[in-house]
Design a protein around this ligand. Structure first.
Ligand code: XBP
Ligand code: MG
Length: 256
């Protein structure tokens, strides 16, 4: 039986619903400020989310949709500058407290701290964004609760490549069987899976609900709260309105 030693959280879509009303809006603000006539609608952004990483997403958009004005951001450096402006918009938005954590996230994080399950993050987003989200939702100290934060360009290949999970496992000095990954997307699931992690809990959201999660042992609509009960979507899950850290420890142990 493999004991659960650490929880590795994805960020966007998992800790908080940041994509539609956060990142998307910040991309559009950066485009407008740069004089680019681009507007990523809610629907289009859903399609663009197939590509992880903001810089990679901009490059993919230009390649696929050939929008007007793309010549102005044709080099890697120009894309990076546009993306840096987007990051500033995004951090400013988070600072004003517009994006809360998803239901149950705070409960599971504090439960893990209480029982000594270590905490880590594996995300494709920019490190400054992770810090801004943690600070605006959990306070200034929260950053230090996470022993390892793997984010953005610390690895060359983003999810669904396994690199970020391998990087985090390496720094935690843990094997894949000692951790549970909490993810919201197929790209995230496939990244964890490719790194050898079999204990994956998917918490779906509006953008990811229809994705292929067949590999995941557990799929729920969220971690749940008493006021916002979870829906069990796949896997042998307890009949509960919300998952506690004890539930996650039991779900993990059952897999090995
Ligand atoms: C989600 C992503 C990110 C964000 C934007 O990351 O793919 O690219 O949409 O962030 P995850 P940046 O679900 O792995 O947390 O613009 O900083 O890349
Ligand atoms: Mg995600």
């Amino acid at each position: 039986m493999a004991e659960l030693k650490a929880l590795i959280f994805d960020v966007d879509g998992t800790l908080a619903d940041t994509e539609r009303d956060g990142h998307r809006v910040a991309f559009n603000a950066a485009f407008a400020a740069a004089g680019l006539p681009w507007d990523w609608t809610v629907e289009r952004y859903g399609e663009l989310l197939d590509v992880t990483g903001g810089k990679e997403r901009i490059a993919y958009f230009m390649e696929k949709h050939r929008p007007a004005g793309r010549a102005a951001v044709s080099s890697k450096a120009q894309i990076a500058a546009l993306h840096a402006a987007k990051t500033q918009h995004y951090i400013q938005m988070l600072g004003s407290g517009v994006i809360p954590l998803r239901a149950g996230v705070e409960r599971v994080i504090s439960g893990a701290r209480r029982v000594g399950v270590r905490l880590a993050i594996a995300t494709t987003t920019t490190p400054d964004n992770v810090r801004a989200l943690l600070e605006s939702t959990l306070g200034e100290e929260a950053w230090s609760w996470f022993e390892v934060i793997g984010a953005g360009d610390v690895v060359p290949a983003k999810k669904p490549a396994p690199d970020i999970y391998c990087w985090v496992l390496d720094r935690l000095s843990l094997t894949p069987d000692e951790v549970m990954a909490v993810e919201d997307s197929a790209n995230g699931l496939n990244a964890a899976w490719a790194a050898g992690i079999r204990s994956v809990l998917i918490t779906t959201n509006d953008y990811t609900r229809g994705q292929d999660f067949r590999r995941a042992p557990y799929v729920v609509s969220g971690l749940g709260d008493e006021g916002a009960p979870l829906v069990r979507l796949a896997g042998d899950l307890p009949p509960t309105t919300h998952l506690s850290i004890a539930d996650l420890q039991a779900l993990h142990a059952r897999l090995f």
